[in-house]
Design a protein around this ligand. Structure first.
Ligand SMILES: [Zn+2]
Ligand SMILES: [Zn+2]
Length: 321
């Protein structure tokens, strides 16, 4: 097959667009989609100047998604004085696996010449995911603990690093899966949260002190294309899956989505587009609905409806196990 743009040999065919693209035009199309997403989301505040730049913290796991995102951001904004990029990696205490992906992250950030911070669960919570997976005091999937701890670390460090935005490498498949999972659960409040946390028009910098806004600039790019981009650009991505990964329900949704996508190309894109509109409506619906009374966590002061926030509760359960 030949590239539809230049006639060179195609490296990929996207059923949802019908396009065959060569290496150069494929990589260019990924760059273009990410930059367009950043522009359309209004990620870069018009108030950012070389004297008062924005800080963007990138969650860098060392896997293909966050590696590709970091690469494109560094290429696009590395010399832009209005933006400072900082990569943030988390060591969960997973023997072998995380050490290899941290090596990839170190190599990438050195190559791109951007700051790199590493945080460990051992230092933050005095625990390691290998031990959590073994003891499992709450009878949950390891990912359920890890997700709570990760969110806590990302949010606290984004704050500590004075971040204006927290960027993560979620791709189109991740986001379409989450959309379906939220939709299937019928939980409109969860959709509203999703919208408020990451999709809304970004608030004025002065008003954004409630939480660091999240952004997902890779969410138009299918997972397979992210992997191909990492491979073609020879990026140091660590591709092994986490040994504790066991999100059974997400796996089910993933297979379902890939099946439908196969017979109806473009389904992931339309799910995400519709979901974002729905989430916006849900956010408006629940915006003035205070609902639960929030107090403060006895241990860390985080807002919670109980004595302890979820994170402190889980940390305690693990220590007592
Ligand atoms: Zn071409
Ligand atoms: Zn707490």
């Amino acid at each position: 097959m030949e590239c539809d743009k230049c006639g060179r040999e195609a490296v990929m065919h996207a059923a949802y667009s019908g396009l065959h693209l060569c290496e150069r035009h494929f990589c260019g199309s990924v760059d273009k989609r990410v930059r367009r997403r950043i522009r359309e989301d209004g990620l870069l505040s018009p108030e950012a100047t070389p004297d008062d730049p924005e800080t963007w913290v990138i969650g860098l796991s060392g896997g293909k998604d966050s590696v590709v995102l970091t690469h494109i951001l560094a290429e696009t904004f590395g010399r832009d004085p209005r933006v400072e990029l900082v990569a943030l990696s988390i060591h969960e205490g997973i023997e072998g696996y995380r050490d290899a992906s941290l090596d990839a992250s170190e190599e990438l950030t050195a190559e791109l010449d951007i700051d790199h911070e590493i945080v460990t669960y051992a230092e933050e919570f005095d625990l390691r995911m290998d031990d959590v997976a073994a003891s499992d005091p709450e009878g949950m999937a390891p990912c359920a603990y890890c997700g709570v701890f990760r969110r806590d670390v990302l949010e606290r460090y984004a704050e500590a690093l004075d971040a204006d935005k927290l960027l993560t490498g979620h791709n189109l498949d991740d986001e379409a899966q989450t959309a379906l999972m939220n939709f299937f659960s019928g939980d409109l409040k969860q959709m509203a949260k999703h919208f408020d946390a990451s999709l809304g028009p970004f608030p004025d910098r002065a008003e954004s002190d409630r939480f660091v806004p999240r952004a997902k600039p890779l969410r138009d790019v299918p997972e397979k294309e992210v992997a191909l981009y990492a491979h073609l650009n020879d990026l140091p991505a660590h591709i092994t899956e986490c040994p504790h990964a066991s999100e059974a329900y997400r796996g089910e949704i993933q297979r379902l989505l890939l099946d439908v996508e196969e017979s109806h190309p473009g389904t992931r894109h339309s799910i995400l587009a519709g979901y974002e509109e729905l989430a916006e409506l849900a956010a408006i619906r629940y915006r003035d609905d205070d609902g639960e009374e929030f107090g403060e966590c006895d241990r860390c002061g985080a807002p919670t409806a109980r004595d302890l926030c979820r994170k402190c509760y889980l940390v305690e359960a693990v220590h007592e196990a």
